[in-house]
Design a binder for this molecule. Sequence first.
Ligand code: ZN
Ligand code: ZN
Length: 353
Amino acid sequence: MKALKYHGAWELELREVPDLHVVGPDDVVVEIRFCGICGTDVGIVSGSYPVAVPGVTIGHEAAGIVVEVGPEVTNVEVGDRVVIDPTPYCGTCRMCRTGRTNHCVNKAGTESGVSYDGAFASRYRTTSSFVYRLPDHVTLEQATLTEPLSCVLGGVHQIHPPTLAANTFVFGAGPLGLLYTWALWLQGLTPVVVERSPERLKFAAGCLPENVEVHCDLQAAREGRFRDAKAPIDIAVDTTSVLLEELYPQIACGGTYLSVGLKSRQFSLDGMLLADRSLSVLGSIDSRSGSFQESFHLIVSGRIPVEKLVSHVLPLEEYHSGFAEIGCDIRARNMAPIVSPSCKVLLAPEGAR
Ligand SMILES: [Zn+2]
Ligand SMILES: [Zn+2]
């Protein structure tokens, strides 16, 4: 079988490895059809988020067909179409037992695409509680968005809007930004999206909820959406993770800043404002307890048209092109501007159809 191996920053290799099979009685082996490229993968490949273990197969946003099950598996059968929850947790450590499964202390060696062989590969092995059978009307392509949406819901549930009329800004119109936009909109808020890349902006304009606007910078968003150059920011979701220092003094009293990107950056903030303005500065990563199930429900029920976010489906062999579409030029070993409208890029080990 094929697997996309990580050896170090900018060092990827698509190579033949032995087929994965069921080992334990509760194992499920899935033939991967589609796996999305995530910002985490870009961070790993570019060296800005050096968490992956050299030699590991990367990729974690995947869906496919069950090809083998262990004797104790009852929830899926061979031939079932499934989506994979790639974030196993032990369920017994202090973090897990207090609802913080995304921070399970026993993750080392189990984190898909980081310390455990992931899903940019022909096959992936997991256990039965981490696969969900898809109803017929949900495509495998749609299902790949379950994991990123699950991460988004983990963040959305930390935001407590002071009012549904809160001025809500989402910075960045990549897959996370657009999923945040949809999830906040479903909560009753009407976010405005800020995206600097003209190509990203162009793509985003075609997949936003009703009455949601996208603008090229904060000022244009304030003037365009609120007709007020000084419109206060009640809620800021920053998927770029570099805007805290710039936005912090502009957050309204009782407002919230949420960072969900993984760029390392030092900030200097006035701590007095935190109390004096009752501000919340938050961060969020990965799925929280129950959020994968919730995300699955939102996709199955059609509440979020996630298929609109898929801009490219490429064969796994063309992973260079896939990463390049979202600004990660593996051949040149650097990050590059996005040159064509793009959002979620899927790689297909069995070929793009
Ligand atoms: Zn992801
Ligand atoms: Zn745990």
